[in-house]
Design a protein around this ligand. Structure first.
Ligand SMILES: NC(=O)c1ccc[n+]([C@@H]2O[C@H](COP(=O)([O-])OP(=O)(O)OC[C@H]3O[C@@H](n4cnc5c(N)ncnc54)[C@H](O)[C@@H]3O)[C@@H](O)[C@H]2O)c1
Length: 275
């Protein structure tokens, strides 16, 4: 069901790689809620061509941009305003990549060139995006910017390796930049800490299936899907959340606040029957 929550709003949505991507679902929901937006991804990700289907379905233009390039980001924000006919109201940062994870490098033996690459792509890109937008004065007052994070920024998940530190940086950028952009232009900046989700980036992490099942058994509501995440992002882009900024918002079915669940204890053979 749609509520016209984003009627008349203009956005930029990064990171839609295929139909499993969280950004893909956000684009579908934002379209259903009346928004117009530009889709963007790294030029290399365009080769798969999947994004064309989303662009067609949502009547959107695609502007390729490597999120680590100030030049590409400047072009993205400048052209998006031209294409959409005005300043931007919402931005989704849905970009993550760790070479250490990809190459199965243990955390304590992290390759630092890979680490730097991960920081640049997955966290610094957020700062660069905000900095370019602010310099161009490309975002409307009360505009909303959301980036996607994971709970490993607060608690240790050994398999998440350097991405845990990188997500901590991402969340910190939301707070730090949120202060300045809020004060000067009333632009809101938040991170959404999403459940483990079956996407290309998610399933690329070693042991993903196991920790997906584990968090699903711990969280009283179970894992939040990509579609649930998209609904939450839409509320954050809407005027209904206009005083929410500089927050890291858990969207995980209660996983982050649950210490122990009966289901997991039973599986471990510690408890015989549910209470
Ligand atoms: N899947 C999960 O379990 C999960 C959980 C919490 C948070 N997240 C976060 O959600 C976000 C989206 O990931 P996803 O799970 O939808 O996976 P995904 O693989 O579909 O999306 C990741 C996107 O990042 C893009 N990207 C990589 N390098 C880029 C660059 N240099 N410039 C521009 N774009 C680039 C990729 O092309 C891809 O579209 C990421 O930040 C991820 O860390 C994912």
């Amino acid at each position: 069901m749609a509520y016209n929550l984003l009627k008349g709003k203009r956005g930029i949505i990064t990171g839609a790689l295929d139909a499993n991507s969280i950004a893909w679902k956000v684009a579908e929901k934002a379209h259903a809620e009346g928004a117009t937006f530009v889709l963007t991804n790294a030029p290399i990700a365009m080769r798969m061509g999947e994004i064309n289907k989303l662009a067609e379905a949502t009547n959107s233009k695609i502007i390729p941009a490597d999120a680590t390039s100030i030049e590409d980001l400047t072009k993205l924000f400048t052209e998006s305003q031209e294409v959409l006919g005005g300043k931007i109201d919402f931005v989704l940062h849905s970009i993550g990549m760790s070479v250490n994870i990809r190459k199965n490098v243990p955390y304590t033996e992290s390759n630092y060139d890979y680490f730097m690459k991960g920081i640049d792509v997955s966290a610094m890109s957020f700062h660069k995006m905000l900095s370019v937008a602010k310099k161009l004065d490309a975002i409307n007052e009360w505009g909303s910017v959301v980036a996607l994070s994971y709970m490993a920024a607060q608690r240790t998940f050994p398999f998440y390796t350097d991405m845990a530190d990188i997500k901590a940086m991402l969340e910190s950028i939301a707070r730090s930049f949120g202060y300045h952009y809020g004060l000067e232009k009333k632009v809101r900046i938040n991170t959404v800490s999403q459940s483990a989700t079956k996407t290309t980036a998610g399933t690329g992490i070693k042991g993903f299936g196991d920790f997906y099942d584990y968090s699903n058994a711990i969280a009283p509501l179970g894992n939040a899907t990509a579609e649930d995440c998209a609904n939450y992002c839409v509320t954050l882009f809407s005027d209904l959340t206009r005083m929410v900024t500089m927050q890291n918002l858990f969207h995980d079915g209660g996983f982050s606040m649950t210490g122990v669940s009966n289901e997991v204890m039973q599986k471990l053979g510690i408890q015989d029957s549910p209470e």
